[in-house]
Design a binder for this molecule. Structure first.
Ligand code: FAD
Length: 394
C-alpha cells in the first residue's frame, strides 16, 4: 500500500486533538495532518453538550492551577483569532455547607494562588442568587475567573484555525492501527495509510483501542447532562447566573447559565457503573433516572419545571486519581494525551500546547508546567497501588 507522508499526525480531532492541531499549525515548516473518525464537530465525543464549567478555584488543590491559568490565556487567544465567543467569564459559584471539605480546599487554593474571588454568607447567597434554594448554613465561593465554555464552538474554532494555517484535516476516517517503524509511525485508516515522524494520540474514550497499554489504566465514566426550564428564564441568563457547583448532603450538582434563552444546565453525579469500551455505554437516561434527577433539581432550584427539557448521555476516559496522561513513548514518536477524567475541558488548551511541543521534539524539561505524575509509567506505578477508577466522580 502506498504511504502518504506527514511530519505530525494527530489522531482524534476532539478536545485535545483540535487544540494540538491549532498549536502545531502555528509552527513553521511542519506538515500537520489531523484524522478524525467522525465529522468536524459531532455529538459522540466527550466535549459534546453545549457548555463546560471553567473554574480556576479548583476543588482538587493546586495541581491544575498553572494549567488552568495558561489555558485561560489560550481560550482568550482562540477567541481573538477565531472572532467567536467561546468563554463566558460569568464567574463560578461553589455552594456547600460551611466547612465542606471540597469547598475548604477551593478556598485554600484561591488564597494560595491569589485568585480573584468573593466569599458569600448564607444571607449574601439568598439576597444575590435567589435562583438557588439556599439551606441554613450554606456558604459559597465565587471564583471570578470562572464561567462557562462553549465546547463545540471551541473545537470548531481550533480546527478552522488549524486548517487556515495549513493543516490537512481528514474527517469520517477512523484510524485502525498504529505501527512504529525505524523511520516513523505508520497510521492505517479506512481511507489509506500515512507515515509520520511523530503521532499524537488524542482519541479520548477510544484510546485503549489504539493503545492497548492503556487497558488497565483507563475506565469510561458515563456522565449525563440535563437542562431545566425555569419559570423566570431571565434570572438564569449568563449576566445574572454564574456557572455553579453545588454540594447538598450526598447530592452534587453542577451546571451553567442559560445559553439558549429558555433552559439552564443542572446535572448531578453519575450513578452508572464504569465501562471499558464506548460501544457498551448507555446512550440515554432511563425515565426513572430523569424523574429522580428532576426531583433533586427541584429541591435546589425553586420554581423550575422538574421535567428536564433536554438531556444527553456522554462518556469520558478516567484514570484512578483523575490526573491526565500526557506522555511521549521511549522512541519519541508517539505522544499520548488522554484520561481527562471528567474535568479536563477547561485545561485542554494547555494539553494541546504540550502535545504540540512533545510532538515537535521539544525537551520534556522545556515543557513548562508538565508534571512528572502525568507520565504513563508513573500512572501505572500508582495504578498498581490503587487499582483502576471505580466510578462516581465528576
Ligand atoms: C458530560 C460531561 C461533562 C463534563 N463537564 C466538564 C466540565 O464542566 N468542565 C471540564 O473542564 N471538563 C468537563 N468534562 C470533561 C471534558 O469534557 C473531557 O475530559 C474532554 O472533552 C475529553 O477530551 P478528549 O480530547 O480526551 O476526548 P474527545 O473530545 O472525545 O476527543 C476524542 C476524539 O477522538 C476521535 N477518535 C477516537 N478514536 C479515533 C480513531 N480511531 N480514529 C479517528 N478518530 C478517533 C473521537 O471521535 C473524538 O472526536 C465533562 C465531560 C463530560 C462527558
Amino acid at each position: 500500500m502506498e504511504l502518504q507522508h506527514a511530519d505530525v499526525i494527530v489522531i482524534g480531532a476532539g478536545t485535545v486533538g483540535s487544540m494540538a492541531l491549532w498549536q502545531l499549525s502555528k509552527r513553521e515548516g511542519l506538515t500537520v495532518v489531523g484524522i478524525e473518525q467522525y465529522g468536524p464537530v459531532h455529538p459522540h465525543g466527550s466535549y459534546a453538550g453545549e457548555s463546560r464549567v471553567f473554574r480556576t478555584a479548583v476543588h482538587e488543590g493546586g495541581t491544575y492551577v498553572g494549567m488552568i491559568q495558561r489555558s485561560r490565556e489560550l481560550w482568550r487567544e482562540l477567541e481573538r483569532e477565531s472572532g467567536r465567543d467561546i468563554y463566558a467569564e460569568v464567574g463560578c459559584l461553589s455552594i456547600a455547607p460551611e466547612g465542606f471539605p471540597d469547598l475548604e480546599t477551593a478556598i485554600g487554593t484561591v488564597r494560595q494562588f491569589d485568585i480573584p474571588h468573593r466569599l458569600l454568607s448564607t444571607e449574601d447567597l439568598r439576597a444575590q442568587y435567589p435562583q438557588h434554594r439556599i439551606a441554613d448554613g450554606d456558604v459559597a465561593l465565587l471564583d471570578e475567573h470562572g464561567g462557562g465554555l462553549r465546547p463545540e464552538v471551541a473545537v470548531m474554532s481550533a480546527l478552522d484555525l488549524a486548517e487556515a494555517n495549513g493543516a490537512e484535516l481528514h474527517f469520517n476516517t477512523p484510524v485502525l492501527e498504529l505501527e512504529e517503524r525505524g523511520s516513523g509511525v505508520v497510521v492505517r485508516t479506512t481511507q489509506g495509510a500515512w507515515l509520520a515522524r511523530t503521532v499524537v494520540v488524542a482519541s479520548g474514550s477510544w484510546s485503549t483501542r489504539l493503545s492497548p497499554e492503556l487497558n488497565d489504566l483507563l475506565r469510561l465514566q458515563v456522565l449525563g447532562l440535563t437542562w431545566f426550564m425555569p419559570r423566570h428564564p431571565e434570572q438564569f441568563v449568563p449576566e445574572r447566573f454564574p456557572a455553579f457547583l453545588r454540594d447538598a448532603g450526598p447530592i452534587h450538582f453542577f451546571g451553567a447559565p442559560s445559553f439558549d434563552g429558555y433552559s439552564f444546565k443542572a446535572c448531578t453525579n453519575p450513578e452508572w457503573p464504569v465501562f471499558r469500551d464506548v460501544d457498551d455505554v448507555p446512550v440515554s437516561h432511563t425515565r426513572a433516572e430523569l424523574i429522580k434527577i428532576g426531583q433533586r433539581a427541584s429541591e435546589l432550584f425553586p420554581g423550575i419545571n422538574p421535567e428536564p427539557v433536554r438531556q444527553s448521555v456522554h462518556h469520558c476516559a478516567y484514570t484512578p486519581d483523575r490526573l491526565p496522561v500526557v506522555d511521549r513513548s521511549a522512541s519519541g514518536r508517539v505522544v499520548t494525551v488522554t484520561g481527562l477524567s471528567g474535568h479536563g475541558f477547561k485545561f485542554s488548551p494547555q494539553l494541546g500546547e504540550w502535545a504540540a511541543q512533545l510532538a515537535a521534539g521539544d525537551d520534556l524539561d522545556a515543557v513548562t508546567g508538565w508534571d512528572p505524575r502525568f507520565a504513563l509509567p508513573a500512572h501505572l506505578e500508582r495504578l498498581a497501588a490503587t487499582g483502576p477508577y471505580t466510578g462516581g466522580g465528576h
